[in-house]
Design a protein around this ligand. Structure first.
Ligand code: FE2
Length: 401
């Protein structure tokens, strides 16, 4: 994040003596990105964060690329999927990945994790489709609900606690191997979001309170790095910070706080951009008024994403009335292959005033690979569904790009 924030107690000056009630020093830790050139925070721990008690055997945790997948538009239909696993990490099923980003479905059935988690290599954006609860981190607690993007920078130790609910928890996890940032064109020289940005700092929700855990007992932190989950044990809680300050911390942003940019004629996909990272962007499609030129066509024009693979994840809206695409569907339109509205939908869109649809889009500049875990959800009719005489009955959301 690009603004200063503080929780708990910190010493008057950084790198000076800051003592615990028993007279011992708190352990200061700088967490910084891009060497010492990116954003950073200073944390003050009761215990040295270096004090590992033991290290268990690593577990393989890398996505497996599906072989023999034809180059074609693809549709993954996941609406009928309930739990994808018991706990947060076992439930994460990667659908698509490349060297810059991995996109996973995560529908855990268990309410609370009995371990802590740290991604040592990647920032994570967890989009909450269904479910409420608390994201508990070493930098404080963030309550969350449907529509929240939870942005968790790399190395932040955390765990999820989901509320009891009749609905299955449904999460979209976007793992980024470079820092997640707000779009650079919306920030001024000082890092503040500008007036023409579709959201501002007031919409960002940093941790609300720091619950310092001091109780005894061994704790497990599962650390994801290089396609494995490494097992680190400590004789104290990793949530032992009494305070921190800086620019590096997790936060929430709700898709409903994204203010759409509209115009007289069809606006291009970058108006929906919400986050950016190296070689990919994340966009939010939200309810909005359609174009108001008297001859405007609300449906998008056909386009060739020459350098981009485009992934749309369908959240809420009237696409549910169509056969095929539903809540939780992914459509994948690979670079080099033109895509656009289905037959009849361009004419049908004329005169429509607004849309109520929500979707999350990930556009990558390098090709994505489908995984073995994605294959059971693959809709074989989708690639031919633009053919008016074809057998496909799936409709890509008319109003998405
Ligand atoms: Fe597109």
């Amino acid at each position: 994040m690009a603004y200063y924030y503080k929780l708990g107690e910190v010493p008057h000056k950084r790198h000076t003596q800051f003592r615990q009630p028993d007279g011992s020093l708190y352990a200061e830790q700088l967490v910084g990105t891009l060497g010492f050139s990116g954003v950073s925070s200073l944390l003050y721990h009761i215990n040295p964060p270096t004090q590992i008690s033991r290290i268990g055997e690593p577990r393989p945790y890398a996505p497996k690329r599906a072989e023999g997948v034809k180059l074609a538009p693809q549709h993954l239909r996941t609406v009928e999927v309930n739990a994808t696993g018991p706990d947060y990490l076992s439930a994460r099923k990667t659908m698509l990945f490349n060297n810059d980003v991995a996109i996973s479905l995560c529908n855990p059935s268990e309410q609370e994790m009995d371990y802590y988690y740290k991604n040592a290599q990647a920032d994570e954006v967890v989009f909450v489709h269904d479910g409420t609860g608390d994201l508990l981190t070493q930098m404080g607690r963030i309550p969350f609900g449907p529509g929240d993007y939870l942005v968790i920078p790399r190395t932040v130790i955390h765990k999820f606690r989901f509320d009891k609910s009749e609905n299955q928890v449904r999460l979209l996890v976007i793992e980024s191997f470079s820092p997640i940032e707000t779009p650079r064109r919306y920030r001024n020289h000082f890092g503040q979001l500008l007036e023409h940005s579709p959201f501002c700092e007031r919409d960002m929700r940093p941790p609300v309170e720091l619950n310092t855990e001091t109780g005894p007992g061994e704790r497990l932190v599962q650390v994801k790095k290089e396609g494995e989950l490494h097992q680190f044990y400590y004789n104290f809680s990793p949530f032992d910070a009494v305070g921190w300050d800086g620019y590096f911390y997790p936060y929430a942003f709700n898709i409903k706080d994204f203010e759409p940019i509209t115009g007289r004629i069809h606006q291009p996909p970058p108006v929906h951009q919400t986050f950016e990272a190296h070689n990919f962007v994340i966009c939010s499609f939200v309810p909005r008024l359609f174009d108001y030129h008297p001859l405007s066509i609300p449906a998008p024009y056909n386009h060739s994403n020459v350098d981009s693979d485009e992934v749309l994840y369908y959240v809420e809206g009237n696409f549910m009335s169509r056969k095929g695409v539903d809540r939780g569907s992914f459509t994948i339109h690979p670079g080099g292959i033109p895509h656009g509205p289905h037959p009849g939908t361009v004419e049908a869109s004329i005169g429509k005033k607004e849309t109520e649809e929500y979707a999350v889009m990930v556009d990558t500049f390098k090709p994505l690979h489908l995984t073995v875990d994605a294959l059971p959800y693959l809709d074989e009719n989708y690639p031919m569904s633009w053919n008016e005489h074809g057998t496909g009955n799936v409709r890509k959301g008319d109003m998405f790009d």
